[in-house]
Design a protein around this ligand. Structure first.
Ligand SMILES: NC(=O)c1ccc[n+]([C@@H]2O[C@H](COP(=O)([O-])OP(=O)(O)OC[C@H]3O[C@@H](n4cnc5c(N)ncnc54)[C@H](O)[C@@H]3O)[C@@H](O)[C@H]2O)c1
Length: 440
């Protein structure tokens, strides 16, 4: 099949390359010409394991191409995926739909014949219906444009696998004479042949599935972090507690990792946009608990700063702190709303001399927080540290040898902000190891 993917960021670049990998002819479209040039030359402009190989294989096969030209996109295919950003609107909790609307405004007037646009961006419920109205008002006399919603569930770090073998495919359609289901069955023929669950719903349900999934995950993380606060007050151990409750398969251990909490380009903005939209719909009380989920999450960052200050004798001024990690999670170079970078920034603003090291996210971190010291190696970052804060659980940091690390620092003091280090081994090497939610 011929298809375009509009917006080639984390979602769209992955979707373009993976649809070509499934055998389709794909044209990726973006307004950012530097991004398009990079993708055309086989360079993925962000870190995503396995994606460079899929991109290059499909560029070489000729099935994958990229452009900034909407005219070319309207001619190339009758099936389009929309994957542009929906960031938090400035000064509000709501999602900014400027980019999503711009795609419809720029693309639809160029279309001829029957087209189907599958929205993949995460949007407030009701957006697809509004975009359908907009498309209808812009379509020429012989043109019919259907908007369907096909939310994306990929996880950064596992984006290729999640796109090629998704754990479910959700499609929202407008009922009536929709052709979207038939087209989607052809697009996803390979995963569907492998018994991937395929759920066809109305438009509002499909839009709500995505934000509900993210709200649930955020709530699960903040639940354990709220319990973590109580463990700190009462002298309990949150990791042992999470293990114990996680054995109940109604609860499950996944997403019960207490620590610095969630960040990134999705969960924080998605729960806020969900609350804002519920408010607009008059159902704000239904989601007021998400405000607390957000607050618990933010308090963990403050707690890490407070603990570092305490370990520096009450004053951060002049103390050297090493922050291990800048990405919001391992296996990603995404620093959007990153807890690690937020902690590093707060420590620096409070007077600490902060050195940051991340295996992949240094360039992105430098753009967001240019005033921090970025060390070329983990050893360099650790040298002379008074306190080390493990803020992103990269395997490289989990594998640090406590004895050799101890040779580099000035004081053997570490905060495990992700509860991933083997405490016994660090203590045996003479470290004062502290962790969120545990009394060590
Ligand atoms: N990143 C993820 O893991 C993930 C997972 C699931 C869903 N999502 C959702 O997918 C959407 C995109 O997220 P992302 O992380 O890929 O964002 P991103 O910022 O990496 O990418 C967005 C891209 O859209 C492009 N763009 C903006 N306006 C455009 C226009 N008018 N025409 C063409 N391109 C345009 C930008 O240049 C950018 O390359 C968001 O709604 C997000 O919530 C993201």
């Amino acid at each position: 099949m011929h298809m375009t993917v509009i917006g080639t960021g984390y979602l769209g670049a992955t979707h373009s390359a993976c649809m070509a990998e499934l055998g389709h002819e794909v044209l990726g479209v973006d307004v950012d010409s530097a991004k398009i040039d990079s993708l055309k030359s086989g360079v993925v402009p962000f870190f995503e394991p396995g994606l460079p190989e899929v991109l290059n294989r499909n560029l070489e096969s000729g099935r994958l191409n990229f452009t900034t030209d909407y005219g070319e996109a309207a001619e190339f295919a009758n099936v389009h995926f929309l994957g542009v950003g929906t960031p938090q609107r400035r000064g509000s909790y709501a999602a900014d739909l400027t980019f999503v609307r711009a795609v419809i405004e720029d693309l639809v007037p160029l279309m001829k014949g029957n087209h189907t646009i599958f929205g993949k961006s995460t949007v407030p419920v009701g957006t697809a219906a509004q975009l359908q109205e907009l498309a209808d008002s812009l379509a020429g006399p012989d043109t019919n444009v259907e908007i369907a919603w096909n939310p994306e569930f990929l996880r950064e770090g596992y984006a290729v696998t999640d796109t090629i073998t998704p754990d479910r495919i959700v499609l929202g359609v407008n009922g009536g004479d929709s052709r979207a289901e038939e087209i989607a069955r052809e697009v996803y023929a390979i995963p569907l042949s492998q018994e991937t669950p395929f759920l066809v719903t109305d438009l509002p349900t499909a839009e709500l599935v995505k934000v509900s999934a993210n709200a649930f995950l955020a709530t699960k993380i903040s639940f354990i972090n709220a319990v973590s606060e109580v463990c700190e007050a009462a002298g309990g151990d949150v990791t042992a507690l999470a293990d114990a409750i996680g054995y109940d398969d109604r609860i499950g251990r996944k997403f019960l990792g207490a620590g610095l909490g969630f960040g990134g380009g999705c969960l924080p903005k998605d729960i806020r946009a969900f609350m804002a939209r519920a408010g607009e719909l008059g159902a704000d009380r239904a989601l007021t608990f998400l405000r607390e989920v957000d607050a618990v999450n933010m308090r963990r960052r403050e707690r890490a700063v407070q603990l570092t200050r305490k370990l520096c004798g009450g004053d951060l001024l002049g103390h050297r702190v090493t922050v291990l990690g800048a990405a919001f999670k391992p296996n990603s170079d995404d620093v959007r709303d990153s807890p690690a970078l937020s902690v590093a920034g707060s420590l620096s603003l409070a007077g600490a001399e902060v050195s940051v090291y991340d295996p992949q996210a240094m360039d992105n971190a430098r753009k967001v927080f240019p005033t921090l010291n970025y060390s070329p190696t983990v050893e360099d970052a650790l040298t002379g540290a008074d306190v080390v804060v493990l803020a992103t659980e990269w395997q490289q940091f989990r594998d640090l040898d406590p004895a050799t690390t101890g040779e580099l620092v000035r004081r053997r003091v570490i905060i495990d902000g992700r509860n991933v280090l083997p405490v016994d081994q660090w203590q045996a090497a003479g470290w004062d190891i502290q962790a969120l939610g545990r009394n060590l």
